[in-house]
Write a protein that binds this ligand. Structure first.
Ligand code: HEM
Ligand code: FES
Length: 346
């Protein structure tokens, strides 16, 4: 569990996940190309390079939509958590698919002239005054640069080197998505008379926006109203916490605490932030007696917030007390790895 800078940490589960992703990509491309070739025949037939370019383009857009939906879905319903696991590999696969589309576009539209193909993407044509003539490929290029930086820094090594900036960097996925919406909206959609591309674009924006909004409202409803009593914060009834699961509460501006129930009658409070990549521990479960992060499975003992040997990670712990079935939390964190008496439900 400690940082070991091996090239990629694959395990059986990740291999199966990656295999499913790539089988899905290949199946999508084959179906897209076959359907397009059957539908557009004779004089209406489309050059194979353009068909492939469109297949990879729409596949990439679909993948990014799924990637952006996984987070809120996992927050709304824990059954989606397995999708969260290994989401970074999905992200890198998406970048490769988008890169193939961009490569085909640059090859087909920009590499036969006298100008350098990349310079041609930036400078060629375009009418900033007109909706249908807007230089939409520039948005695609900018989006590709954003996704390149994200894919290149997705490894644990960069996570450790960049620290808290890593998360801020990866929030760039949202501006990247918006650039892509502009790329499609100003570009291919202007000439699409079938309605499929606009339908895909609107459905994606409504789904991604709607799920984020719903999960924000859902999370705030699920959040416990905090009442500070002297130095203790009222969390709620212990019955509200499912066994081997947690509820999370906010204390202070940016600090979240996960309060777990385990062994049916024990309670503990720890920082919600995993030491690996800041994963949300409160969305994890207690497995084999340890709090297990939903993202990559780092584990911490409930009693002292330490990873079981030989691992050395530690998270901050908090004190709890129970009065008439009501759980109270002391919002002052104890140093990472501090053990405290077990809070038992009697
Ligand atoms: C250097 C970067 C890029 C360039 C030069 C570029 C170029 C193009 C071109 C020329 C088209 C119109 C294709 C046609 O229908 O004939 C297009 C459409 C499209 N692009 Fe890009 N693109 C770039 C990056 C991206 C990226 C990163 C994505 C992400 C997946 C993307 C997604 C799309 C989509 C969804 C379409 C609509 C496909 C369709 O017509 O069915 N593009 N792009
Ligand atoms: S963030 Fe990777 S295991 Fe927690």
């Amino acid at each position: 569990m400690s940082h070991q800078f091996v090239p990629v940490n694959w395990n059986r589960r990740k291999r199966i996940y990656d295999l499913c992703v790539w089988v899905g990509i290949v199946a999508y491309i084959v179906i897209f190309v076959s359907v397009t070739n059957v539908r557009f025949q004779g004089e209406a037939s489309i050059t194979p390079v353009i068909v492939l370019m469109r297949a990879f383009a729409t596949c990439g857009f679909l993948m990014l939509t799924i990637i952006l939906c996984i987070g809120p879905l996992a927050r709304i319903d824990k059954r989606f958590l397995p999708l969260l696991y290994n989401r970074r590999h999905f992200g890198v696969s998406f970048f490769l698919v988008a890169l193939i589309h961009a490569g085909l576009a640059i090859f087909w539209y920009h590499s036969f002239g006298p100008i350098n193909p990349i310079v041609s993407v930036v400078t060629s044509g375009g009418d900033y005054q007109s909706l249908s003539g807007f230089p939409f490929q520039l948005f695609g290029l900018l989006a590709l640069l954003v996704f390149f930086v994200m894919a290149a820094t997705s490894h644990d090594y960069w996570n450790a080197v960049l620290g808290s900036s890593w998360k801020s960097l990866h929030v760039m996925v949202y501006p990247g998505y918006m650039l892509l919406v502009l790329h499609v909206g100003f570009g291919a959609m202007q000439e699409d008379y079938t309605g499929i591309l606009p339908g895909m674009l609107y459905a994606s924006v409504i789904l991604v926006g709607g799920l984020h909004l719903y999960s924000a409202l859902f999370a705030s409803k699920a959040q416990i109203t905090l009442e500070t009593l002297e130095n203790w914060v009222r969390v709620g009834n212990w019955q509200d916490i499912e066994n081997d699961h947690a509820i999370t509460v906010s204390v202070g501006d940016d600090e979240r605490v996960a309060i777990f129930r385990y062994d049916h009658n024990k309670l503990c409070a720890v920082s919600n932030v995993c030491q690996h990549q800041n994963g949300p521990l409160g969305e994890g479960r207690v497995i084999d007696g340890c709090i297990t992060c939903p993202w990559h499975g780092y584990q911490y003992r409930p009693e002292d917030g330490c990873s079981p040997p030989p691992f050395t990670e530690k998270i901050e712990t908090y004190q709890l007390k129970l009065e008439d079935n009501v759980v109270f939390l002391n919002p002052d964190p104890l140093p990472a790895g501090t053990s405290r008496p077990v809070t038992e439900i009697r």
